[in-house]
Design a protein around this ligand. Sequence first.
Ligand code: AMP
Ligand code: ZN
Ligand code: FE
Ligand code: FE
Length: 292
Amino acid sequence: MRIDLHTHSRASDGTETPGDLVRAAGAAGLDVVAITDHDTATGWDEAAQAAAEVGIELVRGMEISTRHQGAGVHLLAYLPDHTHPGLDAALDKILDGRTSRVPAMLDKLREHGIAIDITDVRRVADGTAATGRPHVADALVELGAVADRGEAFRTLLNPGRPAYVDRYAASLVDVIRAVTDAGGVSVIAHPWGRHASGEPGEETLAGLVEVGLAGIEVDHQDHDADDRERLRAIGRNLGLVMTGSSDYHGLGKVDHDLGCNTTSPDHYERLLDLAAAAAARSGRPTPEVLRP
Ligand code: AMP
Ligand code: ZN
Ligand code: FE
Ligand code: FE
């Protein structure tokens, strides 16, 4: 069983349509794939249709932009009812923050001597609900200002670079609670990917388990062997579900090929058991795992 629980389509900042993403997962020999676009469920229906055609197991999820103790945290939410009012409102607010940030980034680029029109960003971002820096990067590539997304982030879009603009992110604790209420399960994506390795640590994670966190993504390209070993020890201590995933973005992110990290069948089954329990408790019409 090859299980990849974190991928992106054009519904956010991947480069393939949801249908093409699922077909690529089938072609890559995966048995299970989760679609987890940033802050949106808009790719789910198309992905579900393709999964039925391909005969691959599909888990519908999303990766939600949150903040905890001053640091950005990406929260993977699996199988929630995305129409739950609390969750839907949180996502709307995050998406508004994404949209309103784009003109501010373009202003900074203009001050830096690079003129990009908002219509250019809208065109390269066609199909997404969650506009982000990767789409501004694509517009920069189109203009010939940089060679690829990586160069755009390194030279212009990362924190500390000339066109960086922060954006709104929801409270992690509030979002974990909303996901639970919506019948879904929460897993922190690449917990040590964007900060110094070691944070959030065991104490912080234990506190989050108290509010409903179910798991952490351990095997991710942002974690080196030492990070993974230490995260696995914390996961064992806290009884967390531990996942491994590619964080695939199509051509948008190098070294994140489908299936480059995978989740073990026993941890996947635990995740599904927790999702079934959360769904039953919530009374919400949650999406089912599509099994071929
Ligand atoms: P945003 O959500 O708009 O702040 O942009 C962050 C997104 O950009 C994340 O989904 C990352 O996967 C992606 N990203 C960050 N750094 C890079 C990079 N060097 N190359 C390609 N994508 C990146
Ligand atoms: Zn992304
Ligand atoms: Fe992420
Ligand atoms: Fe991701």
